[in-house]
Design a protein around this ligand. Structure first.
Ligand SMILES: NC(=O)c1ccc[n+]([C@@H]2O[C@H](COP(=O)([O-])OP(=O)(O)OC[C@H]3O[C@@H](n4cnc5c(N)ncnc54)[C@H](O)[C@@H]3O)[C@@H](O)[C@H]2O)c1
Length: 414
């Protein structure tokens, strides 16, 4: 096989971003799209940009019969049913080679475990899409610092944040469908980024052992009456009854199993970050060296004065989740590449063409889901969770956070 044919399930926000990234990736084409909202528009974009001649299909089985790798870009609450259909289609003879799933792999550990079981039971190669671990800004900084690390010792602290003013689709705001609030949505990125940066050179991505989790979840903006009303009107969710957290911060402690050294990752995520738009901020400190990435600092910026602002209201062309259309604005010249979508796609394509799992496989996605759920548990209990404790590990297997059960009011308003 020289070219990997991709079949997209889901043609919303992230699918469109990944199609932009595909323009910069070799040896792949878009051959099939599941017929739902946005599918025709995505197919048109793909054809215009010579990504392939994708056909629309109204069944998962048909998609599996018309691609080499199926990519799950649908909402979190639809994942498991789609994966079940994929596994059935393969058992019925579909020639599918692999499955890619966008983060998060599951809303609970139980769901993520089932995703792994189904994919492995159908003998599929797997890829968990976690774009931030593929960001060149992070990986180039790490590469530059490897010699210093060798002489001085490993990173001891990594901090990672992803923040914006709130999601674009109603289902994200509904904790019972999404799986929680901003921790479930974006904490998975930041926890994984911390672990990635802290991992010593040449070691596997699960080398560092998670030993403890501290976390605080809170509702800082969208629980206030004025903003609750806005959410009700715009997205039909009632945050007085079923709220989710719009701010989370926590610390995860990892142990190096060879040296015993403890290192820390601090993650912060919010849906109440009212600045220019999406901000990714990461930094890390080792003995005598450091790195920092800030997505709002760009070599390009634009200025739009009040008088000139009329024509660009609500434009999201300069920056994801942009909140302003006048003043001094940050601008990315290649956002899809900056966020790691290009490199994560190239990694999946190259790995699957070699007959291997991607750098991040479903088991990695499961492990990240476990850490996110441990963070919810730590916040609910108001105590540090010992991740090495067998009883905690057992509890996590069936754990569903109060927030994801629609009972967030019990903890977020008290
Ligand atoms: N990596 C990132 O930075 C990033 C950014 C945004 C979203 N995401 C993830 O991508 C996923 C999708 O998010 P989005 O923002 O594109 O959502 P969206 O609401 O914009 O689009 C969802 C798409 O799925 C389709 N869909 C809905 N129900 C379906 C079903 N039952 N079966 C098949 N398709 C269905 C919709 O028609 C739509 O095309 C989420 O899991 C989200 O966490 C990741």
């Amino acid at each position: 096989m020289k070219t990997l044919k991709l079949g997209y399930v889901g043609s919303g926000f992230i699918a469109k971003f990944l199609a932009i990234a595909m323009k910069q990736v070799r040896h792949c084409e878009l051959s099939a799209i599941y017929e739902r909202s946005g599918a025709a528009e995505l197919a048109k974009y793909a054809k215009e940009n010579r990504l392939g001649e994708p056909k629309l299909y109204d069944s998962i089985t048909e998609i599996c019969n018309h691609c080499d790798a199926i990519v799950i870009f649908s909402p979190n609450y639809t994942r498991l049913a789609i994966m079940e259909e994929i596994a059935d289609a393969v058992k019925a003879g579909a020639p599918l080679k692999g499955v890619i799933c966008e983060k998060p792999l599951g809303r609970t550990v139980e769901e993520a475990e089932k995703m792994v079981e189904l994919a492995r039971g159908a003998d599929l190669l797997t890829c968990y899409f976690e774009n931030q671990l593929h960001m060149n800004a992070i990986n180039n900084a790490l590469a530059q610092l490897r010699p210093q690390q060798k002489v001085m010792g490993d990173f001891t602290l990594a901090r990672s944040t992803e923040e914006h003013a709130g999601p674009h689709s109603a289902w994200f705001w509904d904790p019972t469908r999404q799986g929680g609030g901003v921790l479930s949505d974006m904490g998975c990125h930041s926890i994984a980024v911390c672990r990635h940066i802290l991992t010593p050179e040449g070691k596997p991505n699960t080398f560092l052992k998670p030993v403890a989790m501290q976390c605080d979840t809170s509702l800082l903006k969208w629980g206030q009456p004025k903003y609750r009303d806005q959410l009700k009107e715009k997205f039909g969710v009632d945050y007085s009854k079923t709220p989710a957290e719009d701010f989370v911060t926590g610390i995860i402690t990892f142990k190096n199993p060879e040296t015993g050294q403890l290192v820390k990752g601090q993650f912060t995520n919010s849906w109440m970050y009212d600045k220019q738009g999406l901000r990714l901020w990461m930094d890390a400190i080792g003995p005598g060296y450091a790195m920092e990435v800030n997505s709002l600092i760009s070599p390009a910026e634009i200025f739009v004065g009040d008088e000139a602002a009329e024509g660009v209201a609500d434009a999201e062309t300069a920056l994801e989740k942009s909140t302003a259309s006048r003043g001094l604005l940050a601008l990315h010249n290649n956002e899809a590449d900056f966020y790691g979508y290009t490199t994560e796609t190239q990694d999946a394509v190259d790995s699957f063409l070699r007959g291997e799992d991607a750098f991040l496989d479903f088991e990695y996605g499961l492990e990240t889901t476990r850490l996110v759920q441990a963070a919810y548990m730590a916040a609910e209990k108001g105590q540090t969770i010992d991740l090495t404790d067998a009883s905690v590990q057992k509890e996590l297997k069936t754990y569903r956070s109060l927030i994801s059960q629609g009972k967030g009011a019990d903890i977020l308003f008290s």
